[in-house]
Design a protein around this ligand. Structure first.
Ligand SMILES: [Zn+2]
Length: 374
């Protein structure tokens, strides 16, 4: 209950003492509840407003109403109360009365000679660092960076890349499908992309030839994690399309990129292979940059190249004309244009580059491991 000024019937000293006491305790109590500037203004007006403030009421109900013989005593007490009320109201902290002055006071309390709060910068993850290095090499050759969704449709991930309907890569053994898609036509069903190649089609739908693009990104396969596999890993893919692109362009470009990445002394070699979206297809090998191609490290056998002196580093080939058929309307007539494509695993290159023998170490988030590569 909020305090109200009572009318006095008894003007004896003990009765006045009691009334004053009640008023003062109400004042103290209400001053404690002041927590903002607007609270304080309400508080001040309630007690001190000329019109109907508590002090004004005290004047009317106690002093003016007092019998003649009590007036002197009551007058003294009322004067004293005024001082006390004013004091309590004035005592309200400075910050409650003016935000601006409070902010200035806080600012002045700041000691700029103290050392700041240290927030250590993060570092690039070794896989991302490796990926960025490779991307930078292709950017210097005039390639632009393209990206695409990690949740893809069957059409972009398989069909438009010339994967035959029963190709094993479509099998659930390899591909992580999004559930509840069975009612949709096959080409619209969603999955986690198994390679960065869908971005090739997406880009060719958007940009007319000639194009030179490099595509870094995460891909997903249903592989249980072990020292060389992970259900999520990173690819870097490239595509060049123009008139008269030949296998010689592919070899020259990739040979340059590998020398830029691993050192000018590495040699490259090609071995026939198969991919649905390139024809002919090849695997490219680089001479082992760990043992220099000798297959041995001192008296020890070289493990990364399995003592062969060569490391398989990427898959590549000339774009299959069947792939161009899907984007023919945007200027990719297979009779007029040709191109090459390549793809490599950023994780595997990072393993080789940093001499790490367990892929899982990259993804466990152990800062003690990761900070070695800063
Ligand atoms: Zn080696």
């Amino acid at each position: 209950m909020a305090y109200t000024v009572p009318k006095l019937k008894d003007y004896s000293a003990p009765a006045l003492d009691k009334a004053v006491q009640e008023l003062l305790s109400a004042l103290q109590q209400e001053s404690k509840d002041v927590s903002s500037e607007s609270d304080w203004k309400t508080f001040r007006d309630r007690w001190m407003a000329r019109k109907n403030g508590v002090l004004t009421q005290v004047n009317v109900l106690w002093l003016k109403a007092a019998p003649e013989d009590a007036k002197r005593d009551v007058g003294q007490r009322v004067n004293q109360l005024k001082k006390q009320v004013e004091e309590v109201v004035e005592q309200t902290p400075e910050w409650l009365k003016g935000g601006a002055s409070a902010a200035r006071l806080t600012a002045e309390a700041l000691d700029i000679t103290l050392p700041g709060i240290r927030r250590p910068l993060g570092a690039e993850h070794p896989v991302i660092k490796t990926s960025n290095e490779m991307v930078a090499i292709f950017r210097n050759l005039g390639y632009s960076v393209e990206e695409g969704p990690e949740v893809e449709t069957d059409y972009y991930n398989f069909e438009s890349l010339n994967f035959p309907p029963n190709h094993p890569a479509r099998d659930t053994q390899d591909t992580l499908f999004i559930s509840g898609q069975e009612s949709k036509p096959l080409r619209e069903r969603l999955l986690l992309r198994t390679h960065t190649s869908p971005v090739q089609i997406r880009t060719m739908e958007r940009l007319k030839p000639p194009i030179r693009i490099v595509i870094p990104g995460k891909v997903y396969r249903n592989d249980p994690p072990d020292a060389s596999h992970s259900p999520m890993f990173h690819q870097i893919e490239g595509l060049a399309v123009d008139t008269n692109i030949t296998l010689g362009d592919l070899k020259g470009t990739l040979d340059h990129a590998m020398k830029a990445m691993f050192g000018s002394s590495v040699k490259t070699a090609f071995r026939p292979s198969f991919f649905p979206f390139t024809e002919p297809s090849a695997e490219m090998l680089v001479s082992c940059f760990i043992c220099g191609g000798s297959g041995r490290r001192g008296t020890e056998p070289c493990r990364p190249c399995k003592q062969t002196g060569w490391i398989e580093i990427l898959g590549c080939g000339m774009v299959d004309p069947n792939v161009f058929e899907f984007v023919k309307d945007n200027g990719y007539d297979p009779k007029r244009v040709s191109g090459f494509a390549f793809g490599m695993g950023a994780d595997r290159i990072a393993l080789l580059k940093y001499g790490v023998d367990d892929l899982q170490l990259f993804f466990q988030g152990d800062v003690r491991f990761l900070e070695q590569f800063v």
